[in-house]
Ligand binder design. Structure first.
Ligand SMILES: [Zn+2]
Length: 315
């Protein structure tokens, strides 16, 4: 069990960008830095998003660094390498500020506090073309390029003081292995490893076999990886993927199930994510939250469902 979390099931937060839209002057959808731009432009909005999720009752909040990268900050904010590195550290301090505020406002009390997970999105996220959902860049991107992309952000997040890392929306085994190997240089940090997957029930977004991929990545570093799983997928597509994986702690944070069309926008056909929760928990999911289009209200419903399930499944 993760140090600092005493519950059987650990609850994560929801979408950062979706919640952020409530507080920023202009939506960041379509921005090449996406929600990461707000670290520089609207830090107060970032704190408010964290606070909303703390109020909703989650055990872990994630830094706003999914699409944050030093090359991205150099290109789109005219930052130096050093300033880019500092902005990633600032993302951690904004999460810490939110926790301090939650304590002052009486939302949390005593020694308890949500943990801070440093979000480590895939290389494809900074390409800003949706390629984390097909992993098309995987074969033409060298291991060295992937290492150079991931290592500085991981280093900045750890230096900033995160409690653990959220390695997420990774489309391929190749990229996952690179990151899992990088964290061996920081043996004190724990991490979860979550993939973007196809809806065929067997493959990662890039087409690797999901079960083989999560099993072999977990075995590569069982001391540091606390859970493996899937995120940013429609709720109905989760069960076939995870039911084949046994004896490894699982993490699931699905999206709302809505589909996006560049001409028509979101189709508003969301699935009731909370209704899937008992099934997932019965399959060994230990970490549960939400991804795109899942907001603080949805997390409150997830908290309710999880506590109900825990009450009837005492060890
Ligand atoms: Zn997502």
């Amino acid at each position: 069990m993760l140090k600092g979390v005493n519950k059987k099931i650990t609850i994560l937060d929801g979408s950062f960008g979706f919640q952020l839209d409530k507080y920023v002057s202009k939506s960041l959808d379509g921005d090449p830095l996406w929600s990461a731009r707000s670290l520089a432009s609207e830090p107060e909005a970032v704190i408010k998003v964290h606070l909303d999720y703390i109020k909703a009752g989650c055990d872990i909040i994630e830094t706003n660094t999914y699409q944050a990268s030093i090359p991205g900050f150099i290109k789109y904010l005219n930052y130096t390498k050093e300033e880019g590195y500092e902005l990633i550290k600032k993302a951690v301090s904004l999460a810490k500020t939110a926790i301090e505020r939650a304590r002052k406002e009486g939302i949390i009390s005593g020694d308890t506090r949500p943990l801070i997970a440093g979000s480590v999105g895939p290389y494809g996220a900074h390409l800003h073309d949706g390629s984390e959902y097909n992993g098309y860049y995987t074969d033409k991107t060298t291991i060295e390029v992937l290492q150079n992309y991931h290592k500085p952000r991981i280093s900045a997040l750890i230096e900033g003081g995160v409690d653990l890392l959220a390695i997420e929306t990774i489309p391929s085994k190749k990229e996952a292995e690179v990151i899992v190997n990088i964290i061996k240089d920081y043996p004190d940090i724990k991490a979860w490893l979550s993939f973007s997957c196809r809806t065929d029930g067997v493959s990662t977004a890039h087409g690797d076999n999901f079960k083989d991929t999560v099993t072999s990545c977990y075995k590569l570093n069982p001391d540091q990886i606390i859970a493996v799983g899937v995120n940013c997928i429609a709720p109905h597509a989760v069960e076939p993927l995870i039911k084949e994986v046994t004896d490894i702690p699982l993490i699931v944070y699905a999206n709302s199930g809505e589909k996006y069309d560049s001409a028509l926008g979101w189709d508003n056909n969301d699935e009731k994510l909370e209704e899937y929760i008992p099934t997932w928990l019965n399959l060994g999911v230990k970490y549960i939250g939400g991804c795109c289009r899942v907001c603080d209200n949805n997390i409150s419903k997830i908290v309710e469902e999880v506590r109900k399930w825990e009450a009837t499944h005492s060890e």
